[in-house]
Design a binder for this molecule. Structure first.
Ligand SMILES: Nc1ncnc2c1ncn2[C@@H]1O[C@H](COP(=O)(O)OP(=O)(O)OP(=O)(O)O)[C@@H](O)[C@H]1O
Length: 254
């Protein structure tokens, strides 16, 4: 049997506590994420998808329930503490990279995720061939821009860099928060393809939020539908393989 790398037990999140606007966003999430799972997550606007990532990432505290990583209760640990085993790529290409630093310098930083970071010219030189090879796997010319400041990259190249940075030092959990949503269709498909290659080849455990039902069906071994702060469906294996966008669309109708 697969062993859960991360488990959420009856997780609830409440905002604006004690006011007339008090709202329960996540209404009792139970989720076992197994090592090597690639889970796509779909759901209506406001369903709680980003909140789920915030709770897993430690940006937001779970008000009830428990989060367990490799058998350890991490419910009360901070976002910073969780960066030792968790990486996240956001929708906004500006998040996740240091704009004034070069592509190579950003990648060097990423080798030290969750640790004290100290950059040296020697380490940069030592790693340049490896970083260039890695950048070439993104299929968008990033390998020719190793000495370019990140702020001068195209959105697609910057997202590709964010993805590489998130995966360079292997995370136990990779959170992809609509990481291709701000890109044009071709660039988006290219990054999704590269994302899938890396996750599959390195057997990474990943969760990916997307509004594209076809992509949610095409990628990953599991698909979760979140609605009104609850998991409404968790498709795996043959059930996921049989899914159509029409099946999923029904969750969005009422
Ligand atoms: N800190 C907060 N304070 C108050 N309300 C919040 C907070 N965070 C989220 N919400 C509300 O909780 C609900 C869920 O938000 P969330 O961003 O998780 O949804 P989502 O599924 O990611 O939506 P989208 O697809 O639009 O990105 C929304 O109604 C949102 O306004």
């Amino acid at each position: 049997m697969n062993k859960p790398i991360l488990e959420l037990k009856d997780v609830k999140t409440i905002v604006n506590k004690g006011t007339s606007n008090e709202t329960t966003i996540l209404k009792g999430i139970n989720l076992k994420i197994n090592e090597g799972d690639f889970i796509t997550i779909v759901g209506t606007n406001g369903a709680g998808k980003s909140t789920l990532f915030n709770v897993i990432g430690g940006n937001l505290r779970a008000d009830f329930g428990e989060i367990v990583h490799n058998g350890h209760d991490i419910t009360k640990t901070t976002e910073e503490q969780r960066t030792t085993f968790l990486a996240r790529v956001f929708q906004d290409p500006k998040l996740g990279t240091a704009p004034r630093m070069t592509v190579a310098e950003n990648l060097l930083l990423a080798t030290k995720r969750g640790e004290r970071r100290h950059l040296t010219l020697r380490k940069l030189k030592e790693n340049m061939a490896r970083f260039t090879k890695l950048a070439a796997t993104m299929n968008n010319g990033l390998e020719n821009r190793m000495a370019t400041a990140t702020g001068a990259l195209s959105g697609g190249q910057r997202q590709a860099l964010s993805f590489l940075m998130a995966t360079l030092k292997r995370p136990d959990i990779l959170l992809l928060d609509e990481h291709t949503a701000a890109l044009d269709p071709h660039t988006s498909q290219n990054l999704l393809h590269a994302t899938n290659e890396r996750i599959t080849q390195d057997h990474l455990t990943a969760l990916m939020i997307t509004h594209h039902l076809e992509d949610a069906i095409k990628y990953g071994n599991r698909l979760i539908v979140l609605k009104d702060g609850q998991i409404k469906a968790d498709y795996q294996g043959a059930d996921k393989a049989r899914l159509t966008a029409k099946d999923l669309y029904e969750y969005f109708e009422s």
